[in-house]
Design a protein around this ligand. Structure first.
Ligand SMILES: C[S@@+](CC[C@H](N)C(=O)[O-])C[C@H]1O[C@@H](n2cnc3c(N)ncnc32)[C@H](O)[C@@H]1O
Length: 224
């Protein structure tokens, strides 16, 4: 847990991205709250809860139904203790490669450092579009280039077991032997899935831009 927290929370780019996630999710929830209450949030691959913890702080006083999900019961048990003060948080197993079709509707989907594990990013984004209520949004953090440190924590440790399908074999990454999508590819994939990109940070003139990790937010149009 300590190593994972260092990778996803206790470093300058994670602090920046998690605080941005806090602001963006709080803003979206505040916008939707007058129309639907509680606002339903699904967090995929929440893991050690590095992003959750900042996002939960930003939700104080707002009406939410927050589903903290991951593949592993280990993370759910730890999160139940860690977030015990939030009665609006629930804990469930959700495998985004298997379970998205059976999910109920949500208003916000949050995914920090997990969407690159999608077997087919385009299909997964389309499933997220389908499970979002109109006007809802997907907010996600992703690396857009492979760095040794990121590969060690995110890719090598998360590699599929022998016999399991590898992410990206048939999507935009096909034939390129890489796990992360570039930022322009994420924007294209979001648009192709019917989602409208509304934010990508840090900006190109920000010093942290060079670290190649981004937060994206995209909305399912209210009119769609
Ligand atoms: C790199 S960690 C990120 C953890 C956390 N979101 C953060 O940034 O602090 C990736 C997480 O995604 C989960 N994960 C991997 N594949 C997944 C899948 N197919 N569906 C749901 N979660 C998955 C892992 O169990 C792990 O907790």
């Amino acid at each position: 847990m300590f190593t994972a927290e260092a990778a996803y929370r206790d470093n300058v780019i994670s602090r920046y991205l998690n605080l941005a996630a806090r602001e963006v999710v709080a803003e979206i929830v505040a916008r939707l709250e007058s129309d639907r209450s509680p606002v339903r949030i699904l967090e995929l691959g929440a893991g050690v809860g590095g992003t959750t913890s900042d996002v939960a702080t930003g939700l104080a006083g707002l009406s939410v139904d927050y589903h903290f999900t991951d593949l592993s019961t280990f993370f759910l048990a730890a999160a139940r203790e860690r977030f015990a003060e939030h009665p609006w948080m629930r804990y469930e197993i959700v495998d985004m490669n298997a379970d998205l079709d059976q999910q109920p509707r949500y208003d916000v989907v949050l995914a920090a450092n997990v969407l690159h594990n999608a077997h087919h990013v385009g299909k997964t984004l389309r499933q997220l579009y389908d499970l979002l209520n109109p006007g809802g949004a997907v907010v996600f953090i992703e690396a857009c280039r492979a760095h040794c440190q990121l590969l060690t924590s995110m890719h090598f440790l998360m590699s599929p077991r022998p016999g399991q399908a590898h992410p990206g074999l048939s999507d935009v990454r096909a034939g390129t032997d890489r796990i992360f999508l570039e930022e322009s590819e994420w924007l294209d994939q979001l648009t192709a899935a019917g989602l409208t990109p509304m934010l990508m940070l840090p900006d190109a003139d920000h010093p942290l831009y060079l670290l190649d990790q981004r937060i994206f937010a995209a909305v399912r149009d209210a009119a769609a």
